[in-house]
Design a protein around this ligand. Structure first.
Ligand code: ADP
Ligand code: MG
Length: 681
């Protein structure tokens, strides 16, 4: 008997090879197949007479073949098949290219459906490479699926049809309990699956879509509520005293109002009986490190250890240095650094000091996740993630302590309305104020014809002893990143920037060499840092006031914003020059937004509009399940409804233990397991 869990290989029409291809589409089970939703539809249900077929959009024509197709060999490897068809309104000439298979099936006098966009003149309409079906197959809306090599939409359509017909009773196993369907006017699971794949009409498809989108949002909300509940259920490492003011006295600057507020929110959290679970959202340069330092300080003075994880070595190194400076007046607090590039001996020393508690603040990369890393008394976990860690990695670090407090720092501003959704398991503090004395970075977009002038401008600043970043141009086909960067750096050194000291930073470099270059740039021994995008994360050199970005069109808004965030970090006015010859409307729009604003939230909003939420919330970025149906932009009202529903369900039955919630529980688990998230039992 077929069930949702049946491996796709056991479905009729799927062999071993097919199964492999389906795996590429993330289809492993029958349910995966049914949740592989069409990306659009062909409307074969509205038959258009030949004489009225539009010339700009696809339509479906029902017509009779006047003859068998005529084959013509245009040249070697190219055969044309032409034939004419007719309905009561006119005659249409049809051409097939190299499609012997389809041509062979056409018989004179038989009726077919042709789907495609008509061209030619109104007197002599033509249709090239249409989709063809025997007339008796048609009259419906047909799904078009996202595909991968070797798999056609028609094949998937057939499989889905088989699965739906064989599942039968299993389709009544609805994840959304009847009372919720009633309250929120949702159709059944069965109706939804049948009509998302094979809608009887547009309205049925909408009803199906709404239900599936609601379901997705409901499951996501429930999953997040449960993640949050998991940590709230247990007493953590509660701190007794607040040393915030004490620490502030010794900082080299006064905290901004926003920083102060964030620190207080964190400390208040840590004084409660449940672990803190907080997101610190702050634009680049808003001073998240100082907040982390204050919070860590209070945890440490209360007798706990603290760990800070960064996504790259460069960033970990910088955090280590900044924190060492901020803690300079606290000689009894020992700070350690753990990265993949330590020697065995260095590593052992660090591990030992973490395990015996003598190192109170350990900074590092993913290397921290290793089982060999243990703490005597871990009380606070901070991740500086720039969206690179998933929920699971965060919690695996937390498992090294007894429900420690968690602080997640993110520099990618998320439109406020959506932050709650994406970080539903976290409380949020926002740094919406930059440290004083900053002048917003001026940004210009110029074409490559102005490159020489741009570098003239750069030289003016270098002469004054200031520094510049240059982000390398796009890698040409067949060229490696490394070669591109090296070639470009050489061109600069021999050309417009001759006489200035240039450093090169790229992804393939040994960590030691990277460190050296970074240290040299930080200390102003290098005037210019030429780099691939590795510079995106974390560099903090206030004396660097220029950022030149070649091929700016290839970057997304969020990335451009991050890159630009490397400058404008000190008192000096900074400039960002975007070099691009892009004509593409969307790219031009992105560059324009960059020139208009430095407000991360506004950029995030624009980004969302340009890219669409599907991309914006790619699963890789957040470690959250990907949304397949729901569109966070247009489905915002639905999201609110789903949120209300999730809260009500959770309040009534947080373990989803009631019989009517059993399918719901399974569905939440399945959704989160897909992304490898754990802890939802
Ligand atoms: P980000 O939020 O991007 O991680 P950082 O923590 O790197 O920002 O801080 C950016 C720069 O601002 C650093 O050079 C830091 O020393 C400085 N800074 C942070 N807070 C303040 C403040 N309250 N006043 C002045 N400078 C500050
Ligand atoms: Mg930072």
């Amino acid at each position: 008997m077929l069930t949702f869990d049946t491996s796709i290989q056991f479905l009729k029409g799927v062999g071993e090879k097919r199964a492999e291809q389906l795996h590429k589409l993330d289809i492993y089970t029958v349910q995966d197949l049914l949740h592989h939703f069409p990306r659009q539809y062909e409307d074969w249900s509205k038959i258009v007479p030949i004489a009225e077929a539009p010339h700009d959009t696809p339509s479906c024509i029902r017509a009779t073949a006047l003859s068998k197709p005529l084959e013509r060999n245009i040249r070697k490897g190219l055969s044309l098949y032409t034939f004419s068809v007719t309905d009561s309104s006119g005659v249409l000439k049809i051409t097939l290219f190299n499609n012997k298979y389809a041509a062979a099936k056409i018989e004179a006098g038989k009726q077919y459906l042709f789907f495609g966009t008509v061209s030619g003149s109104y007197h002599a309409p033509e249709l090239s490479s249409p989709l063809i079906e025997p007339a008796e197959n048609g009259d419906r809306i047909r799904p078009i699926y996202p595909l991968t090599g070797g798999i056609t939409s028609r094949y998937l359509e057939k499989l889905v049809g088989t699965a739906l017909s064989q599942l039968d009773k299993a389709l009544d196993n609805d994840p959304i309990p009847a009372y919720l369907r009633k309250n929120y006017c949702l159709c059944t699971y069965r109706y939804a699956l049948e009509n998302i794949h094979f809608p009887t009409d547009k309205q049925a498809m909408e009803v199906a879509r709404r239900r599936l989108a609601f379901e997705e949002l409901l499951l996501l909300q429930l999953g997040l509520l449960r993640l949050k509940g998991r940590t709230q259920a247990t007493t953590g490492t509660q701190i007794k005293s607040d040393y915030h003011l004490d620490f502030c006295k010794h900082l080299p600057f006064a905290l901004t109002g926003a920083q102060d507020r964030a620190v207080r929110e964190c400390i208040a959290d840590m004084q409660r009986k449940v672990p803190m679970n907080r997101l610190l959202q702050g634009d680049v340069g808003s001073g998240k490190t100082a907040v982390a330092a204050c919070v860590a300080h209070s945890a440490i003075r209360n007798g706990y250890q603290c760990v800070l994880m960064a996504p790259t070595e460069i960033l970990a190194q910088q955090h280590f240095e900044s924190l060492s400076r901020l803690f300079a007046h606290e000689p009894t607090i020992r700070i350690g650094l753990l990265t993949g590039s330590l020697t065995k001996k260095q590593k052992d020393t660090v591990l030992q000091s973490a395990a015996d508690g003598s190192c109170q603040l350990l900074v590092g990369t993913h290397a921290l996740l290793s089982e060999t890393v243990q703490f005597a008394n871990l009380g606070l976990v901070i991740t500086d993630e720039q969206h690179r860690f998933g929920v699971r990695q965060r919690s695996s670090l937390a498992d090294k302590g007894n429900f420690p407090h968690m602080l997640v720092m993110s520099a990618t501003p998320i439109p406020r309305t959506l932050a709650l959704m994406v970080y539903g398991d976290l409380d949020v503090s926002i740094l919406d104020e930059l440290p004083p004395g900053r002048t917003p970075v001026q940004t210009f977009a110029v074409g490559t014809d102005k490159r020489a002038r741009a570098y003239g401008y750069v030289r003016k600043f270098l002469q004054e002893g200031q520094q510049a970043y240059v982000v390398c141009p796009l890698v040409e086909e067949g060229e490696t990143d490394l070669v591109a960067a090296e070639v470009y750096a050489k061109q600069l050194a021999e050309g417009p920037l001759a006489g200035y000291s240039l450093g090169l930073l790229h992804g393939k470099m040994k960590p030691k060499d990277k460190e050296r270059i970074m240290a040299d740039f930080s200390a102003n021994r290098l005037s210019v840092l030429v780099s691939t995008t590795v510079v995106e994360v974390g560099m903090d050199v206030p004396n660097a006031v220029l950022m030149v970005i070649e091929n700016a069109e290839r970057f997304g808004l969020a990335q451009l914003h991050q890159l630009r965030g490397r400058v404008g970090r000190g008192k000096l006015a900074s400039t960002c020059i975007l070099i691009s010859d892009a004509q593409n409307q969307e790219a031009v729009r992105r560059l324009k937004v960059m020139c208009e604003t430095t407000d991360g939230f506004r950029i995030a909003d624009e980004d969302l509009k340009l890219r669409g939420p599907g991309d914006f919330f790619g699963k890789r970025q957040h470690g959250l399940p990907e949304l397949k149906v729901a569109d966070l932009f247009t489905d915002m009202p639905l999201l609110k409804e789903a949120q209300t529903a999730a809260r009500a369900v959770y309040a009534a039955d947080n373990a989803l233990a009631l019989p009517e919630h059993k399918p719901l529980k399974t569905a939440v688990k399945t959704l989160f397991e897909r992304t490898g998230e754990q802890g939802l039992n």
